[in-house]
Design a protein around this ligand. Structure first.
Ligand SMILES: [Zn+2]
Length: 483
């Protein structure tokens, strides 16, 4: 009897030990975490700079959920607690948030601040972790002053703006128009303008040909790294334009010559039919129209998108490459207007639509094509419907494109001078005859080159404007008027 009692006690002891070990090894399963959790949560706090200063807080606890997130800011010896309750809810054991800069700036003053972030676990022991971060709060918006006089702008035209920005933590500056942003570059980074004040910025912007007077509302802007933004309207007269229209006819011969190779290259839709010699002849009108639309609309869009990603790459805003003037790339006659809306016809039927974003210039076959201005070659290759093409970056977001070339003499990365021979005209791509397709763009907006080729416009609006501000000292560029 005594022996079996002893056995029972030993057995019960073993059971208790086994439970104890299991609870120790797998506490969460037995609901015992609250008592056993003796480690504090892991906590990291860091300052992130994009898009503005913000505090990134990450925390996690091994065994229990997180609780008691506290943000205490110490500024000039005073302690201020920042709202944090909303970021912790439920039984979460991990947390990853970006604390909004607005909440920091709303509750604190300008200047140095130390932020103490603490968090606890929900165990019996309330283990807690604390991390601190010191930084400066900037609540002042950048100060902007427009220096250049703006007078009048046409739809499809270009405009140079010179202005000063005063801001220690400048993140972004340029011109806003509609949903477009045009970059800006400090004037003292332009060759020949090294002595200009470092507060002077230059931006080039453009009004799309189809922009109405109601939508035309350009602003110079500057944003600091805290998100404080200043915008100033650029007041000037604006002349909208009636967009030109045309209805070119396409021929069967043109379709048979141009469409099959472009379809194949585009990889959008290459009918097996074209692999046989008589296939083109066997294709009916309706099918030809659909192939033409694939190339003229879908493939054009794909190519425009690649062009856009090259031209609106934010890192590409470089100083304007100095030049005395800009020149016509081909000495020939103008074949078609800029910005024409083309409604194509095939045997009288509607064959689709496209906007002609450039100028067509024609002279003799394989005539010399020269660079319209000095710059750097961004692209020199076969480029879909543009055929063999060259794209030149002139700085400050201005670029020129030359299409349908028969041969190219420049390579990517090469520096070219205004008037330098770069290629020969041709009829590659979607061209019906030998001509040069020429586009000039500011950012991604096609602009009329007529302004840039006019020596008086070029002096008044570009070179003259720049040199009139180059010599100004810091004091002279400061206007005392309030914003
Ligand atoms: Zn063209």
């Amino acid at each position: 009897m005594i022996l079996s009692m002893k056995k029972l006690i030993i057995f019960l002891l073993l059971v208790v030990i086994a439970i104890g070990i299991s609870v120790f090894l797998f506490p969460a399963k037995f609901g015992a975490s609250h008592a056993l959790d003796r480690t504090a949560p892991e906590l990291t706090v860091e300052l992130v700079k994009s898009p503005a200063y913000a505090v990134k807080i990450s925390a996690r606890d091994e065994l229990t959920s997180l609780t008691d997130l506290k943000l205490e800011a110490v500024q000039n010896g005073k302690s201020i607690s920042l709202p944090a309750e909303e970021y912790l809810h439920g039984e979460n054991a991990s947390l990853s948030i970006t604390y909004p800069p607005k909440k920091i700036s709303e509750n604190l003053k300008e200047g140095e601040v130390t932020l103490n972030v603490s968090i606890s676990d929900s165990s019996y022991w309330k283990n807690s972790a604390t991390q601190s971060l010191s930084f400066t709060i900037d609540k002042r918006s950048p100060r902007l002053d427009i220096l250049s006089q703006q007078h009048r702008m046409f739809a499809g035209g270009s405009e140079l703006v010179v202005y000063t920005v005063r801001e220690e933590n400048l993140a972004e500056t340029g011109v806003l128009l509609g949903d477009m942003t045009f970059c800006a570059v400090p004037l003292n980074t332009f060759s020949g303008f090294e002595d200009a004040s470092s507060t002077i910025y230059v931006s080039l912007f453009a009004a799309p040909l189809d922009m109405t007077g109601k939508d035309f509302s350009p602003h110079a802007y500057a944003k600091d790294s805290y998100g404080n933004t200043t915008k100033l309207p650029l007041r000037m007269r604006y002349d909208p334009k009636k967009v030109p229209e045309a209805s070119p006819s396409i021929s069967r011969n043109f379709l048979e010559r141009k469409i099959p190779p472009l379809l194949e290259e585009s990889t959008l839709d290459y009918p097996d039919a074209f692999t046989t010699a008589t296939a083109a002849e066997d294709t009916d009108d309706e099918t030809w129209i659909s192939y033409f639309k694939t190339i003229n609309e879908k493939y054009r869009l794909t190519l425009r998108n690649s062009l856009k990603s090259i031209l609106t790459d934010g890192t590409r805003c470089t100083p304007l490459i100095p030049t005395e003037q800009m020149t016509r790339p081909l000495q020939g006659s103008l074949m078609s207007g800029f910005g024409e809306q083309r409604y194509y016809k095939y045997n009288g039927a509607d064959a689709g639509f496209s906007v002609h974003e450039g100028f067509d210039l024609a002279s003799v076959r394989n005539d010399d094509v020269v660079a319209t201005g000095s710059g750097t070659v961004l692209l020199a290759e076969e480029f879909g419907i543009y055929g063999n093409a060259v794209l030149i970056d002139h700085g400050l977001g201005l670029s020129s494109l030359y299409g349908h070339l028969s041969s190219i003499q420049v390579e990517v990365g090469q520096k070219v001078q205004e008037g330098q021979k770069i290629a020969q005209s041709g009829e590659t791509g979607l061209a019906g005859g030998d001509h040069l397709h020429f586009e000039l763009r500011v950012g991604f907006v096609p602009v009329t080159p007529i302004e840039w080729w006019d020596p008086k416009w070029f002096t008044d609006n570009i070179t003259g404007k720049l040199s009139s501000f180059a010599k100004k000292s810091d004091e002279e560029t400061t206007s005392e008027e309030a914003q």
